[in-house]
Structures are given as C-alpha cells and as structure tokens.
Design a protein around this ligand. Structure first.
Ligand code: P1T
Length: 381
C-alpha cells in the first residue's frame, strides 16, 4: 500500500458493533470481564484502549514498523526510551536539538547516572569519537530543531550496529511522509505527534515506532508501568489528522519552498536554514534520505541586532508568535527565549544558535499571503 492510502486506511476498520466508518472514541477506563481473566483483549485503558490501538497501528504502518506506542506527549515518549538505560550507560546525542529533550537528558537523567554527550552529528567522525563501550543509545534529531541540520541516518545506523547500541531518531520535523528512519536502519523512531501527525494544533501527544518484537515488548512494559498514555479523544483527533497527512505535507513543502526562496533573496536576511536550498550545508544528505524538505526553516537578519529580530517577531500578522509547529496555520518563534530557553546560553552559542534566530513553521495558507506578511514584517526593520 502506498503512503496516502495507508494514511487513510491503516489501523482502522469499521466498528464491529455498528459499522461506524470512523473509529469510535472509546471513552472508558475499564472493561467488564465475564470471569477473572475472561475478557475481549481489553482490561484497563492505561494498558490498552481500542481508539489508541487503532492509532498505534496506523503510526506503525506509516513508519514501516510493526509496533506503535502512543504517549501523552513527545517528551513522555523520549522519557520511555531513556528508561531502557541504567546508571553508567551513555548516550551520544546531537548538539542541536529541542530544548525540552536537552532538559530531560541533563536535568533529569544525568541525576540518575546516565551520561549524555552532545556532538555535531553532521560530521559522523564526531559521533564515532564520542562512542565508548558504555554507549547504549545514539540519539538523532533530523532535521534538527531549530537549525535544520541534517544527519545521515544510514551512517548513524552503521555506527550503532558496529558498537552494538540502539539508534533512536526523532522524526518530528520530517514526518513519515518525508522520511522513514526504520528503513534506513534506525531501531526506534519517535514523534512529537503534537506537530505534523496531529497537524491541527489541538493535541499534545508522542509516539514511538519499532520493528523489533523484543524492543516493542520492553517499551510497552515501560509505557504501561509509567503510565504516560494519551486519552481516547486525543487519539481520535490524531487519527483524523493522519487522513490528510500526505496532502498537508505536500503543501507544507510547496509553501516552504516559496517562503525559503523569498527569504533567500531578501536583502535584510543573513543566514537562512532550510534543507531544500542547494546552498544548505547538508543539502546532499537531505536530498538522499528525505522525499522533500518540509516547511520548517530558521533565519537571522543582517547586522544581527536583537531589536530588529523583535520587530519581525512582533510584526507579522498571519504568522502567529507561538511555540510548536506542524499545524495548518503558520507560526513563528524565537528559539533563544521560547523553545530552547532551557539550554544554557554558552551551549547555544557554541552550537551556533544565535540569540537573534527566528524560526518559521510554514503552514498551509496561500503562499502569496505568507510572503506578503513576511515582507511587511521585514519592512519594519
Ligand atoms: O511537546 P511534545 O509533544 O512533548 O514534544 C517534544 C518535542 C520533541 N521533539 C521535537 C523535535 C520537538 O520539536 C518537540 C516539541 N517542540 C516544540 C514544542 C517546539 O516548538 O519546538
């Protein structure tokens, strides 16, 4: 089955009792048993819920995996992966990554004795140099948030295989429409479902997809034991969102290209980070491992003055100033004070995340309107 057909049909079947074509919202915490242990596969909704099961199957199919696991947020899904580790284990992670992931790693799990190294993964030699016999996980985000670096998943998979550790890929910025890391050798693919998969800025959720039965069993044990599972109403909303994922991603990419081309020629724009530009430092890897370049990008202004960046951030009318991304509406954000504020400034500076960086999540509006909006905001500078 091809991607669009899977987006609409995978995981969902007409409801067995009524024939309802849409998976019902099974708003129940528990299930009646005929005798102890004599049930229909559902005992308690933290463990299993039919609406969640349908979504987990759909996500597994879209990522070309065999097991999907949903969590109450993207962070809860990353948290479940780190719970596979024990004190003394090491993680090699990308240096440019979502601030919340950095915070979880350094402020929570370092306290439990797990060690994290953050390296520029655009050069695989940095990863190879950071791996020790204690390394259990290579954690990749690609494209990275917010600098849109591209990391070669297949090369990371070779390193993971050689050193007998897991490769986990945060696929939030790409979505499975643009990139399927399990096909490139990753062991675990992770999503902030809040973003493109949900697609309508109305749900917070996370997910993991794997294709190894034993790993799925361990993660399902953690999912149930820690209990950060989403409710059925949210699962329903994501099931609905998935049905248009292919159409939305296509349009995000088309609009992204128009906006990137506009910004790339604008005299006030200095650096522009969008992997679809031939001038992007990792464009060749992006063109090889992705099926398009998406609608996320970041830029700085010439002169690098904070007051100018603030004029743009406050000056757009269509692009709303907000955290998050991947919804139908366009958003812009200021990583240094918003999504990445939990990363110490020296660390951000070292990784090239400027105080003046502006991040765009290009939505599905008419691209001419988006360009006009950015143009008038840049005119204020
Ligand atoms: O917000 P949550 O659903 O818990 O997902 C966390 C997360 C994980 N990974 C990536 C790449 C992310 O971008 C996020 C969340 N990011 C934002 C809220 C943001 O605006 O960047």
């Amino acid at each position: 089955m091809r991607f669009g057909t899977k987006a609409i049909h995978a995981g969902v079947e007409p409801d067995p009792t009524t024939g309802a074509i849409m998976t019902p919202i099974y708003q129940t915490s528990t299930y009646v048993q005929a005798a102890p242990g004599d049930h229909k596969g559902y005992e308690y909704s933290r463990t299993h819920n039919p609406t969640r099961t349908a979504l987990q199957k759909a996500l597994a199919a879209l990522e070309n995996g065999t097991h999907g696991l949903c969590f109450s947020s993207g962070m809860a899904s990353i948290d479940a992966i780190v719970k596979l580790l024990k004190p003394g284990d090491e993680v090699v992670s990308t240096d440019d990554l979502y601030g919340g992931t950095y915070r979880l790693f350094t402020k929570i799990y370092e306290g439990f004795g797990v060690k994290f190294k953050f390296v520029n993964m655009s050069d695989p030699a940095n990863v190879a140099a950071a791996i020790t016999t204690n390394t259990r996980l290579i954690w990749v985000e690609t494209p990275t948030n917010p600098l849109l670096k591209i990391i070669d998943i297949a090369v990371m998979a070779e390193l993971a295989k050689k050193h007998n550790c897991w490769l986990g890929v945060d696929n939030t910025f790409a979505s499975p429409y643009l990139q399927t890391p399990l096909d490139l050798g990753a062991h675990i693919v992770m999503h902030s479902v809040t973003k493109y998969l949900g697609g309508h800025s109305d749900v917070v959720m996370g997910a993991l997809v794997v294709k190894d039965d034993a790993l799925a069993e361990r993660l399902a044990f953690i999912q149930n034991s820690s209990g950060a599972t989403p409710g059925p109403q949210d699962c329903f909303l994501v099931l609905r969102g998935l049905k248009t994922l292919h159409l939305r991603m296509q349009r995000h990419g088309e609009n992204g290209k128009v906006v990137a081309e506009f910004l790339s020629k604008h005299p006030k724009v200095d650096k522009l980070y969008w992997p679809g530009l031939p001038t992007h430092v990792n464009h060749a890897v992006a063109a090889r491992q992705m099926r398009g370049f998406g609608g996320m990008m970041s830029f700085t202004l010439k002169g690098d003055r904070m007051e100018d960046a603030l004029k743009v951030l406050a000056g757009t009318e269509l692009f709303a100033l907000a955290e998050s991304l991947g919804g139908v509406e366009s958003l812009l954000g200021h990583p240094a004070s918003m999504t990445h504020a939990s990363i110490p400034r020296e660390e951000r500076m070292r990784n090239g995340l400027a105080d003046t960086l502006i991040r765009l999540s290009v939505g599905l509006e008419d691209s001419e309107d988006l360009v006009e909006d950015l143009k008038q905001a840049l005119d204020r500078v």
